[in-house]
Design a protein around this ligand. Sequence first.
Ligand SMILES: Nc1nc2c(ncn2[C@@H]2O[C@H](COP(=O)(O)OP(=O)(O)O)[C@@H](O)[C@H]2O)c(=O)[nH]1
Ligand SMILES: [Mg+2]
Length: 310
Amino acid sequence: MGIFNFFSKDKKEKLDKGLEKTKENVFGKLSRAVAGKSTIDELALDDIEEALITSDIGVETALKIIEKLEERVAKDKYINIAELNDFLKAEISLLMKDSYDEIPQVDGPYVIMVVGVNGVGKTTTIGKLAHQFKQQGKKVVLGAADTFRAAAVDQLVIWADRVGVEIVKQDMGSDPASVCFDTLQSAKASGADVVIIDTAGRLHNKINLMNELTKIKNVMAKVIPDAPHDVMLVLDASTGQNAIEQATQFTKATEVNSLALTKLDGTAKGGVVIGISDQFQIPVRYIGVGEGMEDLQVFNKNEFVDSLFK
Ligand SMILES: Nc1nc2c(ncn2[C@@H]2O[C@H](COP(=O)(O)OP(=O)(O)O)[C@@H](O)[C@H]2O)c(=O)[nH]1
Ligand SMILES: [Mg+2]
């Protein structure tokens, strides 16, 4: 029990630290909007609206929050700053999609296909994830289906060695679908619990992307009928509105079941997590809070909002 408390305290501290700049950004603006006021009036509402819209939460989501706040102010005539904080916390929690703690039990290996544009942190997230699953006693196999660049395969091999899990790869330039086929067959034969597939996910052309991902999925289904069980889109939170744009593109090209938001450490744009979760109604499963093996957290919206409003 004690050791788990210790870990969760550590997790919380890392989250608080990672969100520091986002807090400064969002709440700096909010507190300036309500500075010198003891209650929220019409003028403050305008300033709060502006603060939310410019804080990477996204216009659509910010407007939803403001609409609710206006209703509340109209009903209660005025609310004080502490009530405003509680209100925002509750509304933001409501807007965000709930996640789940454990991957579901399936027949045979649970297959996660990781997609996202170059540089967002796919390979790193896969390494961290493999580590987490391994720590839970699960047998993990990685598939190096980003065959577009030699360095991509090498990087995944390094992670596989570091974590101590199996990896299936082919030469650079080989067909990603073929790598997936091999990986799933090998994982099935060896009784693996989890398969994580790295992909290239180039976004230069939606039709290409769609065709490539569809082909990969069809090939996977030949080995394990329900695979992939999870298509996880990785987004770099530090790119703010760009991350929202990428989510729009990818959700048009393929079905996305879960999200991982990386690089929350050190960015002021963490508010984007709220906008993405609301707009796409896809659970944020993981957040990246650093480059190390331990720097991936299972996302919990209440912990996130608590940390943001603390
Ligand atoms: N600070 C920080 N850096 C990260 C995080 N996740 C990934 N990175 C870094 O982002 C860069 C690109 O990551 P990579 O996994 O190669 O991205 P990929 O091209 O999508 O596979 C690397 O330098 C990673 O160390 C994170 O959560 N925090
Ligand atoms: Mg990569």
